[in-house]
Design a protein around this ligand. Structure first.
Ligand code: FAD
Length: 443
């Protein structure tokens, strides 16, 4: 449900026109400036985790899949030393303990964390996931996101399909398992076939499960828009040229070429945008705390970037169309708890599937956006914020009181970068709107 929309189907045309205007004219450039800052461009990730589901020997071998490493000196001293202090001070958090810690930032001191143990029992979002965290792993490395933009890599075919299949087939609450040959016909849907069966099944699902499917589908759209918008147009021995490939875009999103599926997928992108925007708006009190600071080691720059961040969050607050998350998990308490658990497990599985993505560049962005480790990443962080209203409202006004809600740097960086991806995707649609045959997501 989106408040402010008169249409009973809720995703009326006004909504995406309003989102386009807001995103493209007010938000996009400010967000880009923020994401280019040192605090937000360096992301620590373990790209070498083994796939826990099947043997994925292939590492794709495509040049454009490689992730350019960054030298340790490129990472600002403030960020490095913050992490170093954390690593030296803290013993690896045991699984059981970590589960109990819930919302507590693992960079806090042992005493503070223990003091928070009781508190976290009451947290709605204390159900964090437990497996070895990327940020803490010795195999993790810093990656400069600006040096490794999300764009066309050539990763496709059965391997990429296997990932998407597993995500939708096993983790989007499908009531039946479809054998692979049938599944592939579902993916290349034709009118009146499996696809319609899928949508009528989806409509019969509760609002939460539909919402979850739409978030994942929106993420899928965003990834595919990026690769169409930054397609490898020329690949000669002396240069590579990247740019828009509108025909690739149309193959994926045009209503006629996709038997009506494409526009639905674009609408899911807008849905994802609204959810993430809402999460940012709700997180404002956390970022407004004087104790929250960026720490590159260059105080003046950090102060300016914190101001810019707050300005962006204020903008998010001012956006008139708010996603109403109170409509989710609102029914019977027991059922709501079961649903939350189902969704949590589905999310956990999807994040583990990201370790099976054979193309490292795709894996990097997949993990950043949909990863969910001891500290949640991108989309997971948005959901955590959405359902932590009580804790955010209870944030202390002084540094002496214990905090009721925490986000680690890793979570902040992935939250903002994930939103940056979706914002960029929506902006890229402008180019397609100029196509005579493209009629937007409302068809
Ligand atoms: P796919 O995108 O592989 O989709 C498979 C099927 O899913 C489609 O046939 C369709 O029926 C259905 N589908 C498609 N879109 C949606 C949607 N939005 N919602 C619901 N169902 C949908 N490639 C790159 O070049 N660069 C990248 O950075 C990149 N990152 C990736 C990250 C991940 C995690 C994964 C799994 C893949 C990534 N890829 C990337 C590959 C890319 O997403 C496609 O898989 C590839 O381009 C092949 O596209 P396709 O047309 O076969 O359909």
């Amino acid at each position: 449900q989106v408040s402010g929309c008169a249409d009973s189907r809720c995703f009326c045309q006004e909504i995406w026109t309003t989102i386009d205007g807001f995103n493209n004219n007010q938000l996009f450039s400010k967000l880009q400036t923020l994401l280019e800052s040192d605090y937000f461009r360096f992301y620590k990730v373990n790209l070498n985790k083994a796939c826990p589901f099947w043997s994925s020997s292939s590492h794709c071998g495509l040049n454009d899949c490689a992730v350019k490493p960054c030298s340790p000196n490129a990472v600002p001293e403030g960020i490095r030393s913050h992490n170093k202090v954390t690593e030296e001070k803290e013993q690896p958090v045991k699984c059981e303990q970590a589960e109990n810690l819930g919302a507590v930032d693992i960079s806090l001191s042992k005493e503070t964390r223990e003091a928070l143990l009781n508190w976290s029992k009451h947290d709605d979002e204390a159900e964090r996931f437990c497996f070895v965290d990327d940020e803490e792993s010795p195999d993790s490395q810093y990656v400069d996101l600006l040096l490794n933009p999300e764009r066309f890599t050539g990763y496709r075919g059965p391997e990429a399909w296997q990932i998407w299949n597993s995500i939708y087939e096993e983790n989007c609450f499908k009531p039946y398992t479809i054998k692979r040959p049938v599944l592939s016909s579902l993916f290349h849907s034709s009118p009146g076939s499996e696809s319609n069966t899928f949508y009528s099944w989806l409509e019969g699902q509760c609002v939460e499960k539909r919402a979850f499917y739409r978030l994942i589908s929106g993420l899928h759209s965003s990834i595919n828009i990026h690769l169409s918008a930054r397609y490898l147009l020329e690949d000669s021995w002396f240069q590579k040229k990247w740019g828009h490939n509108v025909s690739d875009f149309r193959q994926r999103f045009d209503s006629e070429l996709t038997y009506g599926e494409g526009p639905k997928r674009l609408r899911n992108l807008y849905f994802l945008f609204l959810i993430e925007l809402r999460a940012l708006a709700k997180a404002l009190p956390f970022f407004q705390q004087p104790s929250f600071r960026l720490f590159t080691g260059r105080p003046e720059e950090d102060r300016r970037h914190k101001e810019l961040l707050l300005h962006i969050l204020q903008l998010a607050r001012s956006f008139p169309l708010a996603f109403d998350e109170t409509s989710l998990f609102a029914g019977d308490e027991k059922e709501a708890a079961k649903l939350k658990e189902d969704i949590r497990l589905a999310f956990l599985n999807i994040s583990r599937i990201m370790d099976c993505v054979g193309c490292f560049k795709c894996r990097l962005w997949g993990k950043l956006q949909a990863g969910h480790t001891l500290v949640t990443q991108g989309l997971g962080t948005s959901l955590r914020i959405l359902f932590s209203e009580r804790q955010i409202e209870a944030l202390p006004t002084s540094n002496v009181q214990r905090p009721s809600f925490q986000l680690s740097r890793q979570e902040v960086v992935s939250l903002l970068n994930t939103f940056g991806r979706v914002s960029t995707s929506i902006r890229e649609l402008r180019v397609c709107y100029q196509e005579p045959n493209y009629r937007g997501p409302h068809y």
